[in-house]
Design a protein around this ligand. Sequence first.
Ligand SMILES: Cc1cc2nc3c(=O)[nH]c(=O)nc-3n(C[C@H](O)[C@H](O)[C@H](O)COP(=O)(O)OP(=O)(O)OC[C@H]3O[C@@H](n4cnc5c(N)ncnc54)[C@H](O)[C@@H]3O)c2cc1C
Length: 307
Amino acid sequence: MLRWMLLRAAGDERLARWAAASPTVRPVVDRYIAGDTLGAGLKAARGLADAGMAVTLDHVGEYITDASQADEAAQVYREVLSQVAAEDLPAGISVKPTQLGLLLERDRCEKLVADLAQRAADAAVHVTLDMEDHPVTEATVALVEQAHAAGATNVGCAIQAALHRTPDDVRRLTRLGASIRLCKGAYAEPVHVAWQRRVEVDRAYLEAARHLLREADYPRFATHDHRLVAAIKREAAHLGRPRDSYEFQMLFGVRADMQRALVADGYRLCVYVPFGTEWFPYFTRRLAERPANLAFFLRALTSGDQR
Ligand SMILES: Cc1cc2nc3c(=O)[nH]c(=O)nc-3n(C[C@H](O)[C@H](O)[C@H](O)COP(=O)(O)OP(=O)(O)OC[C@H]3O[C@@H](n4cnc5c(N)ncnc54)[C@H](O)[C@@H]3O)c2cc1C
């Protein structure tokens, strides 16, 4: 229930302004967000690269309300790509389709994805389209298909185990040769489209992971769930897959201990590094993933720390 309330708060402008000004909230934001600027994102990326990790850089922002914001977001990603190429960082980019105006001007969004995909390919960079809530799932998968049809094979997307449609999407994208990032799913979704219980989501995740390990060239497993990580390692070893033929992905600020341990054991690890000022929706999803965070948020809201 609390999780649902928090996820619903993700789009609340008033709460976003309060959180941005709250001294109680800021330290927790700093745990999850590398900083407000591209410079801060790149600094975090360099540190992680020194520790043997790859990164995928996310310029936070989503569900833009003015189409010109799509061009601004794309421009930041162009700068990311040129910096990544200049510094030869082991980095990809993660982009939310609604940040590129998917729901405002679909044509423009498609052109921006195509442009970023081309620039990323020139820099040997992988592009992952983040998966947002279910009204845009089909359109996001279609963007990947369009990119591949145009020759941009460096574009893939996240797929959420929680959704009932996921087994079909996994087959569809794997047949295409598109790289999938498998995650549990961070959104509050209705019962007719998504599994609601943890145990059901975990079971669906494992089934999709097994399919990817059998069929996909380079699957990306985004989870901090140590039982799933262990099961994926076991299954990959059972199938004789080399450790460099797939990767684990984790979020900046989450389970750094497990991140280091995986790298020390010779597994590939990619850290999702968000930066930028529009962090509130991303941040609320992170809070919602951890019950202790929920308590913190409610305490801050009711403590008089409101401006
Ligand atoms: C690289 C990456 C990319 C992602 N991209 C997307 C996407 O495009 N679309 C989407 O819907 N979702 C995305 N997610 C989020 C994902 O769907 C889950 O909501 C999130 O990863 C939590 O699930 P879990 O698999 O870690 O398992 P959980 O069972 O939720 O967590 C396992 C353990 O990890 C730790 N943990 C997990 N989350 C947190 C947190 N926020 N703070 C502190 N500790 C935590 C806790 O110790 C917890 O017990 C992404 C996740 C990752 C790692």
